[in-house]
Design a protein around this ligand. Structure first.
Ligand code: NAD
Length: 503
């Protein structure tokens, strides 16, 4: 079984196509690196266009296979329930695999994996609850109704930061409706998705319903998103890649769902408990070492508490423990990629060149225990402006810039002054003000006196360059089904087609 770190260590992992693990046509494999050492720890298959074609064909065959097509909704729900149970049984192993692959904290990954079965269960329960409509058309003896049905083969492309959790919110509803899927996980963190494939087999899904192709984005990902056999693309990743994939989808005239980057505003008013707001801002930006799409990377603080807030934020940030992600007392682990570390360093340097000041952090930690790993200290930058590069681009690292504001109008303008629109947060005891913010901010999620609290039961997604389409909640069932209108004349007659009767 692949569901342990030990089983993956120093191994070569194949593609999962048609219910079996198969070697890539080219025979090529690429290394996946351990972010705590910078060393390779297993190899994943590098899929090329031939492998992608095989995976899509397998999903197409499975889509019309009676074993899947004629399975009742209730039975599809039961399969998802079985998968939920298997994920629960293997939650700790899956968590250890993700931590090894992307360096995120074991305690965070464990919490994610233990929450995932509930999500599978939630969508399993929806399998037999997707209703069509009957339309009361203005004609006698006529039944007009909408059927909701599966759309076909869905391509799902995931990033490295929370591969399985991000996949769950779309894979579970997609399967609940009866679609088939080809998943392309990130080349930087494919191991947990390959492990999930084994659980999908064990749950009893017919072969080809779920396929996993691994490899680089510009080859495997590109071939998948251009393939004419795909009915829809679900992409979670950076805005730049999303833009490219949307062009490929347009060429094939298929819809896509885009879950992209963010530069989320996190607002603090003077009326709050300082300690709570500081904890909120710290969790908003430094959880997962800032490698979170919803990271609150632009912090706006009411001017009259600005100095006190910065002092408290810096003090709290200094107490954050940077360390090995497998240790229970670590607060921040390494960044997942060496390129990510260089990117963070270069944005901090550019911020300083553009006039910002490092209040705390701003460099790699000096501890000898962390040598070789891709670690970066949690960093607070003051004297920031929205037009600085580190404040306008998504860094995806543990860096927050802080800006004071004097009025609600100024704060709203500053918060919305971004190309992104994923998430936002506000700390205030004034409920009217909080709700005005919720109304006025351009973001798919608004957190009031909390941050990062999300649920698969509610719709998650972005505005502006953070994407479109929603993950979570019942409405996601619409995203993975299509409407077919059926018209039945039960009058038992057919009028002469050339005689038009006016009412
Ligand atoms: P990325 O865009 O580099 O890669 C994401 C996936 O796309 C990977 O599987 C990659 O192989 C694939 N890919 C790359 N080029 C491709 C191409 N030309 N065609 C098809 N596929 C291609 O993103 P990343 O660095 O893995 O992840 C970090 C980004 O993801 C951040 O921008 C973050 O904000 C975003 N993200 C968004 C959400 C959300 O829900 N909105 C959640 C998590 C991460």
């Amino acid at each position: 079984m692949k569901t342990t770190v030990k089983a993956l260590e120093n191994s070569r992992q194949n593609l999962f196509i048609g219910g079996a693990f198969v070697a890539p046509a080219s025979g090529n494999y690429i290394p996946s690196f351990d972010p705590t050492t910078g060393e390779p720890w297993y190899e994943l298959a590098e899929a090329d266009a031939a492998d992608i074609d095989a995976a899509v064909r397998s999903a197409q065959t499975a889509f019309v296979n009676p074993a899947w097509r004629r399975m009742t909704q209730t039975d599809r729900g039961k399969l998802l329930q079985r998968l939920a149970q298997l994920v629960l049984e293997h939650a700790d192993e899956l968590a250890a695999i993700e931590t090894r692959d992307n360096g995120k904290l074991i305690k965070e990954m464990r919490a994610q994996m233990r929450a995932m079965p509930d999500a599978y269960g939630y969508f399993a329960g929806m399998a037999d609850k997707l209703l069509g409509d009957t339309i009361p058309v203005n004609k006698l003896d006529m039944l007009n109704f909408n059927l909701r049905e599966a759309i076909g083969v869905v391509a799902m492309i995931t990033p490295w930061n929370s591969p399985l959790m991000l996949l769950t919110g779309t894979l579970a509803p997609c399967l609940a409706i009866g679609n088939t899927v080809v998943i392309k996980p990130s080349e930087h963190a494919s191991a947990s998705t390959l492990a999930l494939a084994e659980l999908i087999v064990a749950a009893g899904f017919p072969p080809g319903v779920v396929n996993v192709v691994t490899g680089n984005g510009d080859s495997a990902g590109e071939a998948l998103t251009r393939h004419s056999g795909i009915a829809k693309i679900v992409f979670t990743g950076s805005t730049a890649t999303g833009r490219r994939i949307a062009q490929n989808a347009a060429a094939n005239l298929i819809p896509c769902q885009m879950e992209l980057g963010g530069k989320s505003p996190h607002v603090v008013f003077a009326d709050v408990e300082m300690e709570h707001a500081v904890n909120g801002v710290v969790s908003g930006i430094f959880a997962a070492a800032g490698q979170s799409c919803v990271a609150g990377s632009r912090c706006f603080v009411e001017a009259r508490i600005y100095d006190r807030f910065i002092e408290a934020l810096v003090e709290r940030t200094r107490r954050i423990r940077v360390g090995h992600p497998m240790q229970e007392d670590t607060d921040i682990g390494p960044l997942a990629l060496s390129a990510q570390l260089s990117k963070v360093e270069s944005y901090v340097a550019s911020g300083v060149r553009q006039g910002a000041r490092i209040a705390v952090g701003g460099k790699r930690p000096q501890s000898s225990d962390l040598t070789g790993g891709w670690y970066f200290e949690p960093t607070v930058m003051t004297d920031a402006r929205n037009d600085m590069d580190f404040m306008s681009d998504e860094i995806f690292g543990p860096v927050v810039g802080v800006i004071p504001f004097s009025s609600e109008e100024e704060m709203t303008a500053l918060a919305n002054d971004t190309h992104y629109g994923l998430a936002s947060g506000i700390w205030t005891k004034d409920i009217d003000r909080a709700l005005r913010f919720a109304r006025n901010v351009d973001a798919g999620t608004v957190w009031i006196n909390t941050y990062r609290a999300s649920s698969f039961m509610s719709a998650n997604g972005g505005f502006k360059e953070s994407g479109y389409g929603r993950r979570g909640g019942f409405d996601v069932m619409q995203e993975f089904s299509r409407v077919k209108n059926v018209v039945v004349d039960y009058s038992g007659t057919m009028q002469d087609p050339f005689v038009i009767r006016l009412r």
